[in-house]
Ligand binder design. Sequence first.
Ligand code: DG2
Length: 248
Amino acid sequence: MHQLVLLRHGESVWNQENRFTGWTDVPLSDRGLEEAHAAGRLLRARGFHFDLAFSSVQKRAIKTLWSVLEELDCMYIPVQSTWRLNERHYGALQGLNKAQTAARYGEAQVQRWRRAYDEPPPALAAGDPRHEAGDPRYRGLGADVPRTECLRDTVARVLPCWRDAIAPALRGGQRVIVAAHGNSLRALIKLLDGVSDEAIAEVNLPTGQPLVYELDADLRPLRHHYLGDAAAIEASLRAVAAQGRVAA
Ligand code: DG2
């Protein structure tokens, strides 16, 4: 049996302000940093160990991973950070408040931008200063730095990371943790569990809660479960789902 732990980063400052984030590189909030350390303590208390870690190249996921590895006293393990695990690019929505966007465009439209498999948000215009094209960490992508993405696009760029890096490590017997984002992890879960394009819309992830996958010899999921308190996770999932509603 193989073990894979997926972890959405702790709450970021833009999660706290209910803003679309995508590729914007915002830090963890104080609460998010505490969530990350709590996730590490929980993993330690349950006897988890890791041989290899993956993260996006965004600081909210990297800092979460560091905090977990610090709590586990295994900051020495190799870490592979890749843009392929970045959050889904949120296009021209990046920086906007989700509830205000719902008030302007309607909750149904915001729900499609957040969760429809094939409907990307409006793209960043050419010359928009929010575009990450000039960021040195994306130099290798050249003109392919996205201007928006739907989940299908995210699945397509997460797939090579799974196929060429995570899956071979698991097959080699390594215990792996992946610290990433709500939507890049939804993409990975879709690949792992074979979730349909429709059903993936109902999948949300709480911040800072380790999700443990047990996989068979062929890396087919046998079962998965959250390690943390079930009621707290349920409340967090409801809150994530509600972020695109018009504020009461
Ligand atoms: C959130 C996900 O990403 O937002 O980009 O706003 O996981 O990096 O905080 P994360 C964002 P939703 O798709 O849940 O609205």
